[in-house]
Structure formats: structure tokens, C-alpha cells
Design a protein around this ligand. Structure first.
Ligand code: CMP
Length: 140
């Protein structure tokens, strides 16, 4: 399988509970390498731009408020099949549906406050990585 890169976000519910290290250990244990990482505070407007694809959804405003409610850790994960592997490690969007041992099963509080985001396809991964990082910041 090809080496891929994917955009990951550790969300405010997780940074608030000091879970960054525990979540990063899940990525690294799964063979994903963190090749870029920074802790930032998004504005609601910036969160809205990142999640523009969801603008028509009923939860959009709540999602943007939440993503701007505290620090997030944005990261680029690299590895074989990294996009799919990261989604396996994260578990289903709704923690009630997430498989045992996944990040969302262990840490997520609700479908909205679900601890992590991960890109869903190669095209979105490239767009989402470019939203937060320049090429100079990616050190594989
Ligand atoms: P994420 O993978 O970051 O992509 C979009 C986010 O929207 C998703 O994770 C959830 O956090 C959020 N989301 C999806 N469905 C709902 C919902 N029904 N209510 C609130 N937030 C949701």
C-alpha cells in the first residue's frame, strides 16, 4: 500500500482533558508517524472555513462554536494507507458506534465532541493539510 499523509485534529474536548499524549500514542502504536504538529486556537470564522463542506448541515453552527471553544492540536500523520488507518484508529464518528479500543470509543464525549477529526480521502487530505501547514513544516 502507498505511503499517504492525512490531516488529524485533536479537538477541544480532548485538549481540555489533557489527552493529547494518550491520543498520539494510539497513532504511533498503529504505525502512523506524526510529521507535523501544532497547538492553535481557531476563531469561529476559521473553523467555519475549514468545515465549509458541512455548511448546510443543522449541526454546522454548533460544530464551529465547539471547534473554537478551546485549543486544538492540528497534525499531519504519515504512513502506509494513513488515511484509512487513521480512520480505523479514530473509530466511528458517533462514539456509541465506535469499536472497542478506538480513540472515540475510549475518549469521545458525544457525536459532536468526538475528540478527533481525520481526513476522509486523498483529495480532502491534501486540501486539509494545506489549510494548516506549509510544505516547509512537513518533516517526514
Ligand atoms: P469530523 O470528523 O470532525 O467531521 C465533521 C464533524 O461534524 C464530525 O466529526 C462531528 O464532530 C460533527 N458532527 C457530525 N454529526 C453531528 C451531529 N449530529 N451533531 C453535532 N455534530 C456532528
Amino acid at each position: 500500500m502507498a505511503i499517504e499523509r492525512t490531516l488529524s485534529i485533536i479537538k477541544p474536548d480532548a485538549t481540555k482533558r489533557n489527552l493529547t499524549g494518550k491520543i498520539n500514542a494510539k497513532f504511533e502504536d498503529a504505525g502512523l508517524r506524526i510529521i507535523a504538529q501544532k497547538r492553535i486556537q481557531l476563531t469561529k470564522d476559521q473553523a467555519g472555513k475549514f468545515y465549509a463542506v458541512h455548511a448546510a448541515r443543522p449541526f454546522y453552527d454548533e460544530l464551529c462554536e465547539f471547534m473554537a471553544s478551546g485549543p486544538v492540536v492540528v497534525q499531519v500523520l504519515e504512513g502506509e494507507g494513513a488515511i484509512g488507518k487513521n480512520r480505523e484508529v479514530m473509530g466511528a464518528t458517533n462514539p456509541a458506534d465506535a469499536a472497542a479500543g478506538t480513540i472515540r470509543a475510549e475518549f469521545a464525549e458525544s457525536v459532536g465532541e468526538n475528540s478527533v477529526h481525520g481526513s476522509d480521502a486523498p483529495e480532502t487530505a491534501a486540501e486539509e493539510i494545506a489549510f494548516y501547514f506549509s510544505d516547509l513544516e512537513l518533516v517526514g
